[in-house]
Design a binder for this molecule. Structure first.
Ligand SMILES: [Zn+2]
Length: 247
């Protein structure tokens, strides 16, 4: 779905451990640069290629992937994207997430305790897939770390907002020109409503709630939630409510 000039939200069907859903990576581009925010679940290279083609952006133009955080549904196809590209793809994330994405530390939410908790209820085939994934999680070299408040000079300016909680190094991205917030998993949309972070999937829910306050410093017209998609209804007002509820 096209949200503004050079901003498209992708819609990728995903079958994960918790069932079927749609995830929403963001694509933003101008004449010089093509940036993908978040890289889907493992095995989604082709759906990502197809989504770029539908947006009329050639996969071969993709030169940067910004990762909001380390979870498997955000880094899943990153190694494949980097490998499939005909040229160098820059991978950006907050420095706290780097060691996990590079495989130097185990992914926080992919430990054996969590596996045994979740896999009991899964069909055999899915359980095996999950075990294989846990044994060999996706990893890729991070080329650039980004910091809170940094404005990346691409596509009209992309401001990094450090919003820890869902993971230690979670970031949101503010697209300066279109006033779109790419929220990663700091916010979710469901049933037409914008909600705060999901406590069940947060690494540190108190910190995640505190991070909401930072978002009120930006003039936000549209929010893209990775889970739940686009939210447009008086976003600033709704964010102020969520931030004050979180106190
Ligand atoms: Zn997620």
């Amino acid at each position: 779905m096209r949200l503004a000039d050079g901003v498209e939200v992708l819609e990728l069907p995903m079958r994960s451990f918790s069932g079927r859903s749609i995830i929403h990576p963001t694509l933003t581009w101008d004449d010089d640069t093509v940036v993908l925010v978040d890289a889907g679940f493992p095995g989604q290279l082709q759906p990502i290629r197809d989504a770029l083609a539908r947006a009329d952006v050639s996969f071969d133009r993709l030169d940067k992937v910004i990762i909001t955080h380390q979870d498997i549904d955000h880094i899943g196809s990153l190694p494949d994207i980097v490998r499939a590209s005909s040229h160098y793809v820059e991978v950006l994330c907050h420095e706290e997430e780097g060691p996990y994405i590079e495989g130097r530390k185990p992914l926080i939410k992919m430990n054996l305790e969590r596996l045994s908790k979740m896999s009991g209820s899964l069909p055999e085939e899915q359980r095996q897939q999950m075990e294989a994934l846990f044994a060999n999680p996706p990893k890729a070299s991070v080329t650039t770390t980004v910091a809170d408040g940094e404005v990346l000079p691409y596509c009209g300016g992309i401001t990094v907002i450090y919003t820890p909680g869902h993971t230690p190094g979670h970031i949101c991205l503010y697209l300066n020109q279109s006033k779109i917030l790419v929220s990663g998993d700091a916010l979710v949309a469901a049933d037409g409503e914008l909600r705060g972070p999901n406590p069940q999937s947060a690494y540190d829910i108190d910190t995640a709630l505190k991070s909401l306050k930072k978002l009120t410093q930006y003039d936000i017209e549209t929010v893209i939630c990775y889970h739940g998609g686009v939210y447009k209804d008086s976003a600033n007002k709704r964010l102020a409510e969520l931030a004050s509820d979180a106190r």
